[in-house]
Design a binder for this molecule. Structure first.
Ligand code: ZN
Length: 357
């Protein structure tokens, strides 16, 4: 029996489930491998069930429940099935295998083997075992309370996310971790998604760190800064397709929204040299220009920087209405302006090169 399972990126809900699972594993010091794909030991599945309750209690200071009426996964299982689920179903889950007859719309398809299902049926505490199992093989309301409207009205464009799509026993389990991947911001809870698990993991942890500095950052800024940091810290080239499919899932009550940056901006922020120049300039106002795609303003900014340098040299006052104030906070700092005036032209050229203008 294969002891490891390789998980490939899929739709955002699945990816968020995997990331939530990894958070629980990490908290419990259970190892896993993460790159474009994630590799877990099958034994981690069982450990993660205990782990998810512990994580809620200790990290989130919250009581977690998946049975009966509960706020996150209403009726995922019935109250009376609690013990059966823990003592038998979760015990069986690490033995999932690929199944020739059944398919999963999200992953390679991991199902509890038939002979094990028969054993489970004998232990089942409710009346209708097949109805119970059917719920583990179809994506539906029990898997995500707030997703109803989001899925029927705004179908996720390029990955299968419709109700009643067949899924496997593993995916049906992974879903209950998805809320752990979301980060609280002033604009709602967010999850940065991409077709690359290490990238997802990094971007979201950069975002979390940034939000510790200020809770007020908007989603555009959070995504932009995470991309920038990724470029600086990882110095890895990403494929065009990967870059094109970085998106932020925004959860606001029952509403799910999507946010992404224009292609050019993503490309620029993920370029190591450009990211490095932006970092050295260290001015939010310039970063905001780039985030809004106002590249030609960089040239303008440099013009006013040079003028400000001249004024400072001549000991002239720079007034609060001076155009430089639109671009720089530290406009009284001669040395800083001097440094910036050397970087801005290079930054502008590199950006033009990158976007082919
Ligand atoms: Zn699956």
């Amino acid at each position: 029996m294969e002891e490891k399972i390789k998980l490939y990126p899929s739709n955002w809900l699945y990816n968020a489930g995997v990331v939530g699972l990894l958070k629980v594993l990490e908290y419990n010091k259970i190892g896993f491998e993460i790159n474009e794909q994630v590799i877990i030991n099958k034994s981690a599945i069982k450990a993660s069930y205990e782990g998810i309750f512990q994580y809620h209690k200790e990290v989130l200071k919250e009581n977690f429940s998946i049975w009966g009426r509960n706020k996150r996964y209403p009726n995922y299982i019935q109250y009376g099935q609690k013990d059966f689920f823990k003592n038998y179903y979760i015990e069986a889950l690490p033995r999932v295998e690929k199944n020739g007859n059944k398919k999963c719309s999200w992953c390679e398809g991991y199902f509890i083997p038939l002979e094990l299902l028969k054993e489970l049926e004998r232990k089942f505490s409710g009346r209708d075992f097949s109805a119970f199992m059917e719920q583990r093989e179809k994506f539906q309301g029990i898997h995500f309370a707030g997703l109803g409207a989001a899925i029927t009205e705004v179908p996720n464009s390029f990955w299968n996310l419709n109700f009643s799509t067949p899924i496997c026993h593993l995916c049906s389990y992974l879903i209950i971790f998805n809320h752990l991947a979301f980060i609280k911001t002033s604009e709602g809870e967010i999850f940065i998604n991409a077709p690359h698990f290490k990238l997802i993991w990094d971007l979201n942890s950069f975002a979390e760190n940034l939000l510790q500095k200020s809770k007020e950052y908007g989603i555009r800024k959070i995504l932009g800064s995470s991309l920038l940091q990724w470029a600086i810290k990882r110095r890895t080239l990403l494929g065009a397709w990967t870059m094109m499919n970085i998106e932020v899932i925004v959860k606001k009550g029952d509403i799910i929204d999507y946010f992404d940056l224009p292609q050019d901006i993503t490309k620029i922020l993920l370029d190591y040299e450009i990211a490095n120049l932006i970092e050295r300039i260290n001015e939010e106002k310039i970063f905001d220009l780039i985030l809004r795609g106002k590249f030609s303003e960089i040239e303008k900014a440099n013009y006013f920087v040079l003028k400000a340098i001249l004024k400072l040299k001549k000991k002239e006052e720079i007034s609060e209405n001076d155009p430089i104030t639109k671009y720089f906070t530290k406009y009284q700092d001669f040395n800083d302006l001097k440094k910036v005036s050397e970087i801005l032209p290079e930054l502008y050229l590199k950006i033009l090169e990158k976007i082919g203008r």
